[in-house]
Ligand binder design. Structure first.
Ligand code: SF4
Ligand SMILES: [Zn+2]
Length: 366
């Protein structure tokens, strides 16, 4: 894949560990019933930040065979437990279409009757552009249906870099001329060493630049996922890594940056380290520091900064001291910033918690 053998020389031990943990988790995981292949993993509608306004997202997560990278001998990424949601065996074209139709039919009236504009996101916990995960017939079936919905102004899919190829972009462009398209890429960090040795992503920054240029040619937007606090980084290291990445991506004129603070998913190396007390998910304070350090208000005229952390305020997700007021105030502050794209929201004095002192004392060590 995108790799270069020298990238993996330092992570052989990690790779072995990831594979051992995955095999064990797969042995104990629940077997999906046939009817579950006809239902998506989940789907929902909720408030979201669109490019020029606050609107709503309609999201569907398809249950596909699973991410090809995760199913390969390369073991998948060190924080990713999505393979446990996947079927791990072939899902037919009809089943994938049934999954989409199930969610679409349930929500279509709500979408049509809602006064807000929508962003549609379709994910499959892997790469939407990988034919082994989502066959062409399913992709075009979905493109056709979504392209006809006036209320949907933006359309987002996600893919690893190796599937972002001319023919796939031509295919999607055939269906969409007016809607804004964005492809989300899990770059995680602009640092090749961290990405490939601590995250085991198997992706080089130079490949990202190639994909970025190609997407610009097709006038397709780029959304980059950054992982806040990969395994083996302490809080300060995480702030530095994420803020350096944001600055670099702003210079490169990407369209959206979505910051994903690491959340502890089952069956992952991150969970293994967390059980051993060798990893703690990031503090909210670190996320705010990182945003303030790397973004100026004028940048937000041309780039959208997003973050909707899974498990926020719980011990497996980004959290401060777990006190209710402290977590809810941090969550609200983040959400307000994302919705308004106004950095002043990060300066608002919400609930001032005494845990900040503990954070300041420990951030260089843990
Ligand atoms: S994070 Fe993405 S690329 Fe990595 S294993 Fe999970 S689904 Fe695959
Ligand atoms: Zn607190």
């Amino acid at each position: 894949m995108n790799g270069n053998n020298s990238l993996y020389e330092d992570n052989k031990v990690i790779l072995e560990k990831i594979n051992t943990i995955r095999l064990k988790a797969l042995k104990h995981r629940k077997k999906y019933r046939l009817e579950e292949a006809n239902r998506p993993v989940s789907h929902w509608i909720k408030e979201d930040r669109l490019r020029d306004e606050i609107g709503k997202e309609f999201t569907i997560i398809l249950r596909s065979k699973g991410c090809s990278w995760g199913l390969s001998e390369k073991g998948g990424c060190s924080m990713c437990g999505y393979y446990l949601d996947a079927m791990n065996e072939d899902v037919s074209t009809t089943q994938l279409k049934n999954q989409f139709d199930f969610a679409y039919n349930k929500k279509i009236n709500e979408i049509i009757n809602d006064p807000h504009n929508f962003i549609f996101k379709i994910y499959n916990s892997g790469s939407f552009l990988d034919d082994n995960e989502i066959p062409q017939e399913v992709r075009t079936y979905i493109y056709d249906k979504i392209s006809k919905l006036e209320k949907i102004k933006e359309f987002v899919i996600e893919s690893r870099l190796e599937y972002i190829k001319t023919e796939k972009l031509e295919e999607i462009r055939e269906f969409f001329d007016k809607k804004y398209l964005e492809i989300a890429i899990g770059l995680e960090t602009t640092d090749d060493y961290i990405r490939n040795n601590y995250i085991n992503k198997g992706v080089l920054f130079e490949s990202f630049i190639g994909a970025l240029n190609l997407l610009k040619e097709y006038k397709i937007g780029v959304r980059v996922y950054l992982l806040l606090k990969p395994p083996f980084l302490n809080e300060q290291g995480a702030i530095d890594d994420c803020s350096n990445s944001i600055k670099k991506l702003i210079e490169l004129n990407v369209n959206s940056i979505s910051i994903n603070p690491l959340n502890i998913q089952k069956g992952t190396l991150a969970e293994h380290l967390w059980f051993q007390n060798r990893y703690r998910p990031p503090w909210f304070y670190s996320l705010f520091k990182c945003l303030k350090k790397s973004i100026r208000q004028e940048n937000l005229k041309s780039i959208r900064i997003l973050s909707d952390p899974s498990g926020a305020g719980t011990k497996r997700g980004i959290h401060n001291c777990l006190k209710k007021e402290c977590e809810s105030s941090a969550r609200k502050r983040l959400q307000k910033f994302v919705f308004t794209q106004d950095l002043r929201e990060l300066e608002q004095l919400g609930y001032e918690c005494e845990c900040k002192k503990k954070y300041q004392f420990t951030k260089d060590y843990f």
